[in-house]
Design a protein around this ligand. Structure first.
Ligand SMILES: Cc1cc2nc3c(=O)[nH]c(=O)nc-3n(C[C@H](O)[C@H](O)[C@H](O)COP(=O)(O)OP(=O)(O)OC[C@H]3O[C@@H](n4cnc5c(N)ncnc54)[C@H](O)[C@@H]3O)c2cc1C
Length: 375
């Protein structure tokens, strides 16, 4: 096991940190959260210039040909910078295309994604369904050579900015292992209705209703009725990246708290000299270190093509709970200032709550860990 980032990855991290500080500082993030779109085409164009949408896409399709660890390094910085916008959701869609699409579909989609012209998102959750793929109700019915899709999806990230929504739908009433596929749905089709869901952090999530949408076979990814295994793996990879994003955010929360504890003077001394607050900060650091190790471990396994299902459950359950604890302690340390909307801390503590539930919270993930350890 080697968790150290390479020299190139360290350069990528530094470049990403500098770029986000200059182009999307936290004041801008706060404005974007209040904005209806929550992002700007200018920022997307600049990120595209840096090659970010194509970082994981092979060079033959116009991408950079980066590794999963490269993406981990980048997403970690995005978490640190509290970046908003469609990068993460489009990245999950890109991973789906890379892992499931035919050569023809890859040749069609990947160059457009790499050049920033095609923005994706994914739709799994439904009313009454978390990330349990067996419980999906969205139905794709065969109609000759075509498919007709009907269903409702929840918590679809950045559906309002996406060109394509990758929708998980049941293709037949069959066994648990069979009958699930991923479809490429045009987000602007008249048969697709997107409405915004209010969330605590102001990230842009939608309810997506699909009614009688006819799609050709070319809009389905992978072998017919056999998508479950690939979708499971995709969700696991996305969960690892969410852990990296959370861990980057948690690092920023610790850094800003340590700075505050050194600067804030009460009763003639910095409050960081007080043992209870030192304990808070130390507990935050311990939790953060756990987030880093468990995230890097599973990311390394993904990168090396080793089995990683159990590690994903462990990583997400730890990161979900640890990030929440870190933010809670940061609020304790900051006192009233940490509740001001102009302060950076609420950006992160609200995000920690949303991230906690993304791809399944700690309780959900621990069920998988229990299964993986034989229960
Ligand atoms: C939601 C909310 C509503 C509020 N409403 C009111 C209000 O109506 N009226 C009002 O007057 N105030 C109000 N306050 C302010 C509140 O009284 C202060 O938050 C509180 O006195 C702490 O001061 P501070 O925020 O400046 O924290 P700081 O003094 O910066 O303290 C930060 C942290 O250090 C700890 N700390 C500081 N000094 C010591 C010490 N000597 N020993 C050990 N630990 C220490 C604190 O407990 C805290 O955890 C409100 C605060 C909040 C969050």
């Amino acid at each position: 096991m080697d968790f150290t980032f390479t020299e190139e990855q360290e350069m990528l991290r530094k470049m990403a940190r500098d770029f986000l500080a200059a182009e999307c500082p936290r004041d801008t993030v706060r404005k974007l959260i209040k904005d209806e779109k929550g992002f700007t085409p200018e920022l997307w164009a600049k990120m595209t210039e840096l090659g970010w949408p194509g970082l994981i896409i092979p060079e033959q399709y116009g991408g950079v040909g980066g590794s999963f660890m490269d993406i981990v390094a980048l997403v970690e910085e995005m978490g640190r910078g509290a970046l908003v916008g469609p990068f993460f959701s489009s990245l999950v869609g890109t991973l789906a295309v890379l892992g499931m699409a035919s050569d023809q579909q890859k040749a069609d989609l990947l160059p457009k994604i790499a050049s920033g012209k095609l923005v994706l998102t994914t739709a799994f959750s439904e009313p009454g369904v978390g990330y349990e793929l067996d419980a999906i109700q969205c139905q794709a019915t065969a109609a000759g050579d075509d498919w007709v899709i009907n269903g409702t999806k929840l918590f679809v990230e950045n559906a309002h900015l996406a060109d394509l929504i990758l929708v998980a739908a049941k293709t037949k009433h069959a066994t648990k292992q069979e009958g699930l596929d991923l479809f490429l749905v045009d987000a602007r089709s008249p048969n697709v209705t997107c409405s915004t869901i209010e969330t605590i952090s102001g990230d842009k999530q939608s309810k997506v209703i699909i009614k009688g949408l006819k799609l050709s076979e070319a809009k389905r990814l992978g072998e017919a009725h056999r998508g479950k295994e690939r979708i499971t793996r995709l969700l696991e990879m996305a969960t690892v990246l969410k852990c990296a994003e959370m861990e980057g955010g948690a690092q920023q929360v610790l850094d800003m708290t340590v700075t505050y504890l050194k600067e804030r003077v009460q009763f003639d001394k910095p409050i960081g000299t007080l043992a209870p607050l030192q304990h808070h900060a130390a507990n935050m650091a311990v939790d953060l270190e756990g987030m880093k190790y468990i995230t890097y471990l599973v990311a390394w396994k993904v990168n090396e093509n080793l089995p990683f299902a159990k590690d994903v459950g462990m990583a997400k359950s730890w990161c979900s709970d640890a990030y929440r604890r870190i933010c809670d302690l940061a609020h304790q340390c900051h006192g009233a200032i940490g509740f001001c909307e102009d302060h950076d801390l609420p950006l992160y503590s609200k995000r920690s709550k949303v991230s906690e539930f993304a791809f399944g919270d700690g309780q959900y993930q621990r069920r998988f860990v229990a299964k993986e350890i034989g229960l």
